[in-house]
Design a protein around this ligand. Structure first.
Ligand code: DGJ
Length: 737
């Protein structure tokens, strides 16, 4: 791994064993893209990135009339001087001009990686894991400096990028767009894979072919959203799970974003990602700077499984922090679906006690423990205990839960406030909202103005007091509505375009302060289920509630889609009651567990209310999960059959040493007389003999090349299974040939 600079060719090469990223200084001094893809030889001058026009409409150098920005592949392009595609940034200067021209000035190469102030970012555990290139560019007229950051990693086919804009002019400039990356590719023969949905059906993969023009997804909700996830793959048309080229881009950010590709009429593709420029304006006075969030660019030449595996390992090792990094996650029991807000201490302890009997490790008290919170019209903003429900406070309850032998966790929604709350009565101007206009409500709540430091300080102090009083091991941090009327009351009108970004910086600040104060607490992010499930939040919360939809049949799709861009260790997944709260569907408890085990695993129901037979199954499930959770959460995941394509879906995890593997096959609807299907396993040792569910044995090669048949028995399909059934196979290697 390393970064070299070829002085003669004015060319940088970022490389590791798998990938090469070449960029260079164009004839006019701008920084251009030369090559990104599989590792190639270093000692060559790559020219095709700077194509000359046969008949350029505009040209940029007096020396060479054929050189045109219209065809150039650029690293951080501007609009207004000959490149007519979507720009990566825009800066309005004090004279009203938006024209800029960033020219290479100098560069620095160093081991390791610097943090980005106030923002989540990947980090190197030791300096030899990563090498960073900073390219400093300057606009002589506007007196604006832009530094482009690139980090290449030794172990992963991953490059991280972001940019920093520095105003060296005497007057104020206003950034109206500052994306984090632009990647120009020399052809546009790709498909675009996005992960979309809504509440209850988050992150379904949807593939679009890229015809000429712009393909774009975005969020303007103030959070990354369930509608479009800030993760996108561009892939060759024939790339599948097991073969072919693919590029992934993950935004390490939880607010408004845009991900865009522009296929131009010359056959090139521009890929862009960053903070959404809509409603974004960031003034910079002399000497001030703005740093964008980071994008993780990943690459695979061997299909989508390989791409996802690289992302998973990278996130687990270089994005997740703290005590739970690479650690097996506690099996938890959450009371939300069992009681909603209608509980008292006795009811809670009864649920927790049964959880302990089953083998659960952590009890989580969800919404309703604070202020006047008996329904969703009141209480948010008042983070002190509701003594009517919990007479001995959080302290008393946590001690009683600890006495049962369980850890204790609580739910919070710190960014929100109800009209009926002490906080709102005292500070009506602490809420986002446009002057003199009615606020749009969501779940009867308003959004606190986290762009104001005093608001974040107040919530921090309240939460600090609440968490200090009790023995708290886990926090579920919820966020149940999108931002509307984004306006900070009483602020400087010329700075209103900063509010969306400052809001999310406030959220990150609160996370950071709570993590510092309570380093042993495990944070789980949640936003009406999976509406803020992104790489930015993962830096603070090692896990995130994947969806409020816990119906096993629906969850297969949600977790399958999520796995493209995020590790299993991040996926909050629980077994809930049947019939399911969201779909009304009945699915057996073993089937519910068979999908939840591909996540952090837990229960979301009152275990006192299930049959003895089911309770025995729960005990077995927990035993099984305790034995294999590290494998589920940190093994190499292979998607084998997609629930979006067939009635049968399958995936598997394999331990790093290939000694153990778990394969799960799920069937949706019972269909008579369809025969068997063959599923070819992956990632095993071909010469290893694997014992399957402690019964029969088979070589890894036959399991991978020949595959397994499902269903196995002659009659099984018709009589035993019913709808929504699954098989879990544990494979243990016995001998190597
Ligand atoms: C939405 C979450 O997704 C649920 O799990 C639950 O915590 C509720 N909010 C509580 O209000």
């Amino acid at each position: 791994m390393g970064i070299t600079y070829n002085v003669n060719g004015k060319q940088f090469h970022l490389f590791n064993a798998e990938i090469s990223y070449f960029l260079g200084i164009c004839p006019d001094g701008e920084v251009g893209q030369l090559y990104f893809g599989k590792k190639i030889n270093e000692n060559q001058t790559i020219a095709y990135g700077q194509t000359k026009g046969v008949r350029p409409v505009c040209c940029n150098t007096k020396e060479d009339e054929n050189y045109t920005k219209e065809l150039a592949m650029l690293e951080y392009p501007a609009f207004g001087n000959g490149d007519f595609r979507t720009p990566a940034y825009e800066i309005r200067q004090s004279n009203g001009s938006r024209v800029t021209n960033l020219i290479y000035r100098e560069h620095r190469i160093y081991s390791g990686k610097k943090p980005i102030e106030g923002l989540p970012a990947s980090y190197a555990n030791t300096d030899d894991e990563a090498t960073t290139l900073e390219i400093v560019c300057f606009d002589e007229i506007a007196k604006v400096e832009v530094t482009l950051f690139y980090t290449i990693w030794e172990k992963y086919p991953v490059i991280c990028r972001h940019a920093k804009i520095n105003n060296l002019a005497d007057d104020r400039v206003v950034i109206t767009k500052a994306l984090s990356m632009c990647l120009d590719l020399p052809d546009s023969d790709y498909n675009w894979l996005q992960f979309e949905g809504a509440w209850g059906r988050e992150r379904y993969p949807v593939e679009r072919s890229l015809s000429n023009g712009i393909t774009q997804i975005e969020s303007m909700r103030g959070h990354s959203s369930a509608n479009y996830n800030p993760f996108v793959i561009v892939k060759r048309k024939n790339t599948d799970e097991f073969m072919g080229e693919a590029i992934g881009i993950n935004f390490v950010y939880s607010g408004n974003f845009v991900a865009e590709s522009e296929a131009d009429t010359y056959g090139k593709l521009r890929l862009l990602m960053g903070i959404n420029p809509r409603w974004f304006e960031w003034p910079l006075d002399k000497g001030e700077s703005f740093e964008t969030p980071e994008v993780i660019i990943s690459y695979s030449k061997e299909g989508l499984n390989k791409l996802s595996q690289s992302i998973h390992a990278f996130m687990n090792n270089n994005l997740v922090r703290g005590r739970y990094k690479n650690a097996p996650r506690p099996i938890l029991l959450n009371n939300w679906e069992a009681t909603e807000m209608n509980f008292n201490e006795e009811k809670i302890l009864k649920i927790a006690k049964k959880g302990k009997e089953a083998g659960v490790e952590l009890f989580v008290l969800d919404d309703g423990w604070f202020g006047k919170r008996n329904d969703d019209y009141a209480g948010l903003g008042d983070w002190f205990v509701n003594n009517k429900k919990l007479p001995d406070g959080l302290k008393g309850l946590s001690e009683k839960v600890n006495d049962l032998g369980l850890d204790f966790g609580v739910w919070i929604e710190p960014e929100m406030v109800n009209e009926d709350s002490d906080l709102y009565r005292a500070h009506p101007d602490w809420v986002l909202g446009a002057p003199d206009r009615t606020r749009t409500l969501g779940r009867h709540q308003m959004v606190l103005d986290f762009s104001k430091k005093e608001v974040v300080d107040n919530i921090y102090e309240q939460l600090y007091a609440a968490f200090s009083e009790a023995n708290i091991s886990y926090i579920k941090w919820d966020m149940n509505r999108s931002i509307t009327e984004c306006y900070s009351l009483g602020g400087d009108p010329s700075k209103e375009g900063m509010v969306y970004h400052k809001y999310i910086m406030g959220v990150y600040d609160l996370y950071e302060r709570l993590i510092k104060a309570f380093p042993d607490i495990l944070f789980e992010s949640c936003a009406s289920g999976g509406s803020r499930f992104d790489a930015g939040i993962l830096y603070y919360a090692p896990q995130a509630w994947c969806s409020d939809d816990t119906d096993a049949h629906e969850r297969i799709k949600i977790q399958y889609g999520t796995s493209y861009g995020y590790p299993v260790s991040m996926v909050g997944a629980h077994v809930s009651a049947s019939p399911n709260l969201q779909t009304g569907r009945n699915i057996r408890i073993d089937e519910r567990a068979a999908i939840a085990c591909f996540g952090t695993f837990g229960y979301e129901l009152d275990l006192n209310e299930i049959s003895d037979e089911e309770f025995d199954m729960v005990k077995e499930q927990i035993k099984f999960m305790k034995e294999y959770r590290s494998l589920f959460q940190y093994g190499s995941l292979y998607r084998l059959e997609s629930p979006f394509k067939k009635n049968i879906s399958a995936w598997m995890v394999v331990s790093k040493d290939k000694e153990t593997s778990i394969v799960a096959i799920y069937k949706n609807l019972k269909t008579p007389n369809v025969g068997q299907i063959r599923i070819r396993l992956k990632g095993l040792d071909p010469d290893g003999v694997y014992k399957i569910n402690d019964q029969k044995e088979a070589y890894g090669d036959i399991l991978m090349e020949g595959g397994v048949q499902y269903p196995e028995g002659d009659n099984e399909w018709f009589f035993d299974d019913g709808d929504f059934s699954s098989r879990i196979y544990v494979l243990k290697k016995n001998v190597t040939k």
